[in-house]
Design a protein around this ligand. Sequence first.
Ligand SMILES: Nc1ncnc2c1ncn2[C@@H]1O[C@H](COP(=O)(O)OP(=O)(O)OP(=O)(O)O)[C@@H](O)[C@H]1O
Ligand SMILES: [Mg+2]
Length: 361
Amino acid sequence: MTIRETPAAPTTEVVLEAAGLTKHFPVRRKLRSLFKPVRFVHAVDDVNLTLRRGRVTALVGESGSGKSTVARLLAQLYPRTGGEIKLHGQPTRVRGGRAFRAYARRVQMIFQDPFASLNPVHTVRYHLTRALRIHQRAGRTPADLETALCDLLTRVQLTPPERYLDKFPHELSGGQRQRVAIARALGADPTALLADEPVSMLDVSIRLGVLNLLRNLKERLNLAILYITHDIASARYFADDTMVMYAGRMVEGGDSETVTQRPAHPYTQLLIDSAPDPDQIQGGTGSVPRDAGGGEPPSLIDPPGGCRFHPRCPAVMPRCSTDLPPRLEIGDAPGHWAACWLYDPAGAAPSGTPAAREIGS
Ligand SMILES: Nc1ncnc2c1ncn2[C@@H]1O[C@H](COP(=O)(O)OP(=O)(O)OP(=O)(O)O)[C@@H](O)[C@H]1O
Ligand SMILES: [Mg+2]
């Protein structure tokens, strides 16, 4: 049995679409405050996101901005508080069992820490065989299974596969472990990969190799990839589209070149100013400092009204603290938008700010 090699040219078919995605976590209460009202962490609010075949979409933001929660909601690992997720155009809400397995066959997640995501007492062969069996792709004979296992390892460039099949996770380097985790995800034959900071725990010298592998898989398998990162410089290098998240809300989106070269939202501008040189992604630490742009992110239990960035914003206006800005089209490139009143065509935008119009969010 061979693993699917998609011959078709990349298309822009929508694989996964989230609209109004919201997640509020209840705050655990101490015994003495049991009679007080339950409070919630507003981790993700009203997020819209589209993943397309053959495209990498980066989700960038500071620590605690809600990136992993978005990925877990998209993977249906968390029940959502609100919103809708469509897979290949079909609304979905799965709660485990057979429906979850069917969903996971299409949507797979790759986690930050490959050591934690592989069981230390089992070999590479065990992890990959299990994935192939769960998703009914192990074939009928032992020879079929062996071919499928070798195919998976070859696909993630662990060659010759026989050298890796019977190794335990501790016998592999960090980069090799992450490649095994990617191979395991490919065992399901997914159409979407959700990669939550897939290289941030790896040695700087091997990050580029793993990102190049993901890009190669995107092209060969025509996958839709969500690439979560702190590192806006790597988003420019690796992702086709970039979305920027701040305190649980999306604040800017567009093609990566435009968002990173002509950032519109003051938060994105601060992120870029505090990020390492995009041309040096192999050398730098590649991560955005927690206090990028000065100040601290707000509490998500009681987030600021209006635009959540307004307490830190260098361009704050009176309405920013009361009115939530919609997505406003910037107009300098197709699909480039920012949720910022600076781009309100009806408002008094400062001179030099491109005219914008509101778009369906
Ligand atoms: N299971 C949970 N219960 C309660 N609060 C949670 C839970 N998971 C996340 N949160 C809170 O939701 C917010 C967003 O967390 P999330 O992990 O999604 O952020 P992140 O952008 O992935 O951060 P990082 O870059 O550090 O990984 C944080 O305030 C976090 O404390
Ligand atoms: Mg995270």
